[in-house]
Design a protein around this ligand. Structure first.
Ligand code: NI
Length: 182
């Protein structure tokens, strides 16, 4: 069990772009990976989910913390080999990523509702329907397993904001206002 280093964009982009392989068997090694993901996420306050490739392990495993909309954050739930079986209409909304620190957007189009199947930590299959921020979260994490970053889904980078420290605390400033920016 260990807190792992989170792979960062753009320095280690190649690792974030590499697609992850399906898990053949939910064994001790996978459960240890899930534990590492949980400890690493807990160590980084503010993250809602973490996918295995973000710690450099290219298998289809991610953890998510549901309840983001209600401010009633649930303990991390592991999704192994998650697959989307139905998706609602696309809506622009919030996206941030522990691999892209200090940046965020409120404009990534993602499905409003999502139905998916996955295996749990015991290797048991389950199906779930989520909506709102939880649907966005699952979609974001499955993207990581396919080497997709939220930046790819943004129509233009002027929709990107950078967190800056001011005397009054933190605020988000449009990247446009900060050119050259990225
Ligand atoms: Ni992410």
């Amino acid at each position: 069990m260990a807190i792992r280093k989170i792979i960062k964009y753009p320095e280690q982009e190649a690792l974030l772009r590499k697609p992850s392989a399906k898990v053949a068997k939910v064994d001790k090694q996978i459960r240890r990976l899930i534990q590492d993901l949980k400890e690493t996420l807990a160590d980084h306050g503010g993250g809602a989910g973490l996918a295995a490739p973000q710690i450099g392990v290219h298998v289809r495993v991610t953890i998510v913390q549901f309840g983001q909309d209600e401010n009633n954050i649930q303990p991390p739930l592991a999704l192994i080999n998650p697959e989307i079986t139905a998706a609602g209409e696309l809506r622009p909304g919030f996206d941030g990523c522990l691999s892209i620190p200090g940046l965020a957007t409120w404009d990534t189009p993602r499905p409003e509702t999502l139905t998916f199947t996955a295996l749990d930590e015991k290797g048991q299959p389950f199906e779930m329907e989520v909506r709102g921020a939880d649907a966005r979260l699952v979609h974001h994490e499955i993207d990581h397993l396919d080497g997709i970053l939220y930046l790819d889904r943004l129509e233009d980078l002027s929709k990107l904001y950078r967190r800056v420290q001011t005397q009054k605390g933190e605020k988000w400033v449009s990247l446009d206002a900060l050119k050259p920016g990225l």
